[in-house]
Design a protein around this ligand. Structure first.
Ligand code: CDP
Ligand code: CDP
Length: 225
């Protein structure tokens, strides 16, 4: 059987990965898998269980009891943790600022990568995260490394937070983004890095529509070849 078409989108925080991935999946009738939401859900599960994020053994012990489900929705996909909707709760600043710590644990990564590869079996897929092109879907036909200047990414996150009623000033958000990028790029297991065969798309100063058009063209070129 021919491998289902796979589009892997990686890059630093707030580069626009999930926004772009979701639109592409819709347009090409592929499944969209938000792997960041999965790491966030484990982090939230630890918080709800009263576990210290630094307690690796306790976090890892939670994994078998953590069920994560996605349901399509617009503008956001709905995320469920053990049957409860957590779409908003996983985006809180507390979760955002602790997720990189939880995502660095080897057993957490092993478990979630397995779940992500399973989800990709269902059909054509657009998956976004940090290690999709390097580790989760190394055979993906299209690999995109999405970037934007840190100032623009902080600005985007600032606007997004404002719209959701989360208070945070721009310099603090910029520091938090830089801190998370640092942790994600320097961890031992599958750190954030461009896959050798990934194409860099710099979205600084580009609209969502422009980025979607650029990547759609890349996908079409691969489908035709
Ligand atoms: O949307 P945003 O860029 O803020 O983050 P996300 O994609 O929701 O990912 C949240 C965090 O999960 C990242 O900062 C990483 O620590 C971790 N993550 C990961 O380690 N590997 C992935 N494939 C996806 C996310
Ligand atoms: O998933 P990731 O953290 O990479 O970024 P995101 O949550 O998809 O996007 C962060 C914000 O940037 C969203 O509010 C988007 O509307 C906005 N944005 C974008 O994604 N792409 C652009 N070219 C311009 C703005």
């Amino acid at each position: 059987i021919a491998q289902n078409f796979q589009v892997a989108i990686d890059g630093p925080a707030s580069a626009g990965k999930s926004t772009i991935a979701k639109i592409l999946a819709h347009n090409f009738h592929y499944i969209y898998v938000d792997t960041g939401a999965m790491y966030r859900a484990i982090t939230l599960a630890a918080k709800l269980a009263g576990i210290d994020y630094q307690d690796e053994a306790a976090v890892v012990a939670l994994l078998p009891q953590v069920q994560i489900e996605f349901k399509p929705g617009s503008p956001v996909q709905h995320v469920f943790l053990n049957g409860q909707e957590v779409t908003e709760a996983i985006r809180s600043r507390e979760i955002t600022n602790h997720v990189s710590q939880v995502a660095a644990y080897a057993a957490v990564r092993q478990d979630l990568v397995g779940r992500q590869q399973q989800l990709a079996q269902a059909g054509g897929v657009v998956m976004d995260g940090r290690d999709i092109g390097t580790t989760v879907l190394p055979q993906a036909q299209v690999k995109i490394y999405l970037i934007a200047s840190v100032d623009e990414r902080a600005q985007r996150r600032y606007k997004e937070n404002q719209a959701r009623g989360i208070a945070a000033d721009l310099p603090t958000l910029k520091k938090e983004i830089e801190q998370r990028d640092y942790l994600d790029s320097h961890r031992e297991i599958s750190p954030l890095t461009k896959a050798q065969d990934a194409q860099v798309v710099d979205t600084t100063g580009q609209s969502i529509e422009q980025v979607v058009a650029t990547i759609s063209q890349i996908i079409k070129n691969h489908q035709d070849s």
